[in-house]
Design a protein around this ligand. Structure first.
Ligand code: FAD
Ligand code: SF4
Length: 329
């Protein structure tokens, strides 16, 4: 492990001024960063510990949405009464991730910024464009089971690993950040990047920008929402595919729907084609199946990850049907 300097910030402005030195990394819960320091994936000159900053709390906003502090632990967010009542799939997604101990350490911002679990990214003996731009991508002709099926490039075929990010994408969450040029708000759809010709950047944050919180807009019908994760074993595993869905249905018609897919792309994939097709149409299994078929029409698969298409089809239809049956009860 490369030697680095450790400093602890007491305030947000401290953190910003401390981060102006060489290659700096913020440390929140450390559940991803510390692994990367040990593996030699991340080799910063300085670590700025932001875990004691006053960036906690889950609060209702004036318009009835929620503002979540960047440092709120995943376990606390999952257990928050407002989150559980209003956005149950946020809580379900968090509880589907990692383990109780890790969720107690992991922060909300860190969850958004966790890096891919591509096996080659984590193995520093293999070429990887994300770790070392220009080195090549070992996954393209290598182990392909987890590879992306939408939005991949000839530079990177990795998927985003977060569960939490799926309901946040479906809810049009907004990421609040601050940096040397002041504060800004980034719509969730613009926060993460597709790999294009530079997979080394996962997000559109600029260097040393700090996430201060996440805002979830109000969506009263998200009380009818669900997150389902399909994985190799029942717990402590990342998603093969996952689905975050919320639906507003009455009289057998879909009034509105939100759908995001995991295990699919380099960023949380919002299924807008399927949503558009479903809106104002029948709330039937046939319609759900046709909508997800339309969403995945452009997917590009190989022999090892082709299973993701039928797995997503079955999962989306099952989740939406369960939500509709719940609404009819
Ligand atoms: C064994 C294991 C299993 C896991 N399983 C799952 C799973 O099934 N599903 C899932 O979604 N996740 C899973 N995770 C990932 C886990 O959710 C993340 O490691 C965690 O959320 C990261 O949060 P952290 O606070 O520990 O981040 P850290 O490790 O402290 O930081 C992660 C990154 O975010 C940056 N960062 C942190 N906070 C800020 C901020 N406020 N502003 C700017 N940058 C910041 C850091 O610099 C670093 O680059 C697993 C992790 C482990 C170790
Ligand atoms: S898929 Fe991306 S992360 Fe994996 S080896 Fe290729 S460049 Fe690296």
């Amino acid at each position: 492990m490369k030697e680095f300097e450790y400093v602890r910030a007491a305030t947000v402005s401290d953190a910003l001024s401390m981060s102006g030195v060489g290659d700096t990394a913020y440390l929140a819960g450390g559940t991803n960063l510390v692994d990367h320091l040990r593996l030699g994936i991340k080799r910063p000159d300085r670590i700025v510990d932001i875990s004691r900053l006053d960036l906690g709390g889950v609060e209702e906003t004036a318009d009835g949405g929620l503002r979540i502090g960047a440092n709120v632990p995943n376990a606390d967010l999952a257990a928050d009464p407002l989150v559980r009542q209003r956005y149950p799939f946020v809580s379900e997604a968090l509880l589907a991730g990692a383990s109780g101990q890790i969720r107690a350490m992991a922060s909300t911002a860190g969850n958004l910024l966790q890096r891919t679990r591509c096996v080659y990214f984590q193995d520093t003996t293999t070429p990887c464009n994300k770790r070392e731009p220009g080195a090549g991508c070992s996954a393209i002709d290598g182990f392909g089971k987890y590879n992306a099926i939408i939005g991949q490039s000839d530079q990177c075929v990795a998927v985003h690993p977060s569960d939490l990010c799926l309901p946040l994408a479906a809810l049009d969450a907004v990421v609040h950040v601050t940096g040397s040029d002041g504060d800004r708000k980034i719509p969730f759809a613009d926060f993460h990047r597709l790999p294009g010709d530079d997979p080394s950047h996962d997000t559109n944050l600029v260097p040393a920008e700090l996430i201060t919180g996440i805002e979830i807009p109000p969506l009263p019908w998200a009380v009818r929402s669900h997150y389902r994760k399909v994985r190799d074993r029942a717990s402590y595993a990342f998603a093969l595919v996952s689905v975050a869905a919320a639906i507003d249905v009455s009289g057998g018609q879909v009034n509105d729907v939100r759908l995001a897919l995991g295990g699919v792309a380099h960023k949380p994939h919002r299924a807008r084609t399927a949503e558009d097709q479903l809106r104002d149409g029948p709330a039937t299994a046939e319609a759900f199946e046709a909508a997800i078929d339309a969403e995945l029409a452009a997917a590009q698969v190989g022999s090892e990850n082709a299973y993701k298409i039928p797995m997503l089809q079955r999962t989306v239809v099952a989740v939406l049907q369960e939500l509709v049956e719940g609404a009819n009860r």
